[in-house]
Design a protein around this ligand. Sequence first.
Ligand SMILES: *Cc1c(COP(=O)(O)O)cnc(C)c1O
Length: 482
Amino acid sequence: MDAKDFIEFGKASLEFIVNYNDTIRNRNVLPSVQPGFLKEKLPAEAPEVGETWQEVLKDVKEIIVPGITHWNSPNFHAYFPCGTSYPAIIGELMCAGLSTLSFSWMSSPAVSELEDLTMNWLGRAIGLPEQFLSDTGKGGRGMLESSASETTMICLLAAKTRTLRRIKTESPHLDHENLESKLVAYTSEEANSSVEKAGVLGSMKMKLLPAQDDGSLNYLILINEILKDIEIGLIPCYMVANIGTTGTCAFDNLTEIGHVCRAFDIWLHVDAAYAGGAFVCPEYRYLMNGVGYVDSFNFNPHKWLLTNYDCSALWVQHSHDLIETFQHESFDLTHAKENEKYEYKNWQIAQGRRFRALKLWFVMRMYGVEGLQDHIQEAIALAKKFEDYVNGDERFEIVTPRSLGLICFRMKGEDALTQDLLKRLMRRKIIYVISATHRGRLMIRFAVCTANTTEADIEFAWKEITEQSDMVLQCSCHQPSR
Ligand SMILES: *Cc1c(COP(=O)(O)O)cnc(C)c1O
């Protein structure tokens, strides 16, 4: 492909993207395809001879797009948002276009330094205390990883190193052979499944402690468990607190849990994957009171801050903890030690890192902090509107109080009604919501997800829900509920 062709391909692709987004309301949010559909439409082998971009783009339009779920349809209310914006899309393109990567400072100075700078911008924008920011010289540091799941895992490994090192120093006579198998981690049963998985992958027992009715973890339950574990010779090591659970967007109390973790020398990691984005608005920062006590804090700009997947922000208070875990000298790289501060390979699992900061930097510059605040506030205002609809209809009930942009509700009465409603909504594919259970009761999660969702879209979703619930109640298979 020559340069002229490349530019034509690029223009046609950008036009396609704009058109796709402009007309996204015309499509069902869920595709109508069956498993294996793609195999029937595409050949089993790659072409012998290269094809033209026109042929490729045609297949994107005719075969690929009909098979995708439209995460940025304003009728998408499932899960949590999948961030995107035009600045972020171009940032992603630019990342590929510059095609550079960094593992040490000289491997690409601007990649390393822009990531450092952008993480300080973002940290300040969400009101993180200065001990997390690298330019305050207090030992803290931010970086971008691929996912919240990965950061939970990275910090678990760092916690393991830190704890083992401490014990070996404090008690040099202990049998160090078996120490690793005694390490134990804690989180609440409301944690994202990726937290439990980090325990499995990191070979550390992850205890899922019972949450309270509001979805938060009571620190007394944590203390109790820690004391019991110490009693039987286990070593408390790692705790993952939830700031905005996936199920109901519940918040643990970081001050209380932070005190417990300090007292027992436990690494405290915060999973704020979705809710962290809201902290660009000062009025929501009370939800992370006590953040000064945590060792590591993570949230996903690729959820609520308009930046394309993947972009997960991680800050640590003591960056040497990560280095002690991930630094691994090998002879072929010893020449590349110009600047310890930017040796990103010493902070993570992979050796190289892509230029992720670019898209986030584009977003922060072009929206500004005020633009990001507007985005969050608009989503929350729309969620309140939906909440009002639910409260105004006596056939429905709110299950847990609205939290930021998430409403959890159900049809009053037996679960079968809500189940039937969900089934009808899924079959129609016009709006997309998912179910969850809370305290043994089935509910529907409704999240305001996209930047182009309007009041009319919320009204549209409510109309779809109430029309389908009429059908549910008319159905002879259900007894009328009281
Ligand atoms: C979405 C979510 C995750 C998973 O995020 P990834 O970046 O996809 O790994 C983890 N924790 C919480 C609370 C989430 O909402």
